[in-house]
Design a protein around this ligand. Structure first.
Ligand code: ZN
Length: 98
């Protein structure tokens, strides 16, 4: 398996949506209520994904919407997300896409 890394691995990023979770208040929680640095509060809370059935493509659509609101061009946002999200733990399951 080829291992690909992204520049952002040094910081804390949600392993589902890629959002920075450096601040504890943005971090999700496990089933015991402990903060987890792996996921953000919007994706993961009390040990469960908030959108357990969301697909990678839907996540890209969702995140692209937020980036566009922040002034990022939609094409650029989708390109960036399409490259980075598949590498995150939630999506990088070892099953090869296309
Ligand atoms: Zn997230």
């Amino acid at each position: 398996m080829e291992k690909t890394s992204i520049d952002q691995t040094e910081g804390l990023f949600c392993q589902s949506c890629g959002m920075p979770v450096a601040e504890t208040e943005l971090q999700g929680s496990d089933k015991d209520g402990h903060k987890t640095e792996e996921y953000c509060i919007y994706c993961y809370e009390n040990g469960e994904f908030k959108q357990p059935d969301i697909t990678l493509q839907e996540m890209i659509d969702l995140c692209a919407g937020y980036l566009v609101e922040e002034g990022v061009g939609e094409a650029a946002a989708r390109q960036m997300l399409g490259r980075s999200l598949p590498l995150l733990k939630r999506w990088n399951t070892g099953t090869a896409g296309n």
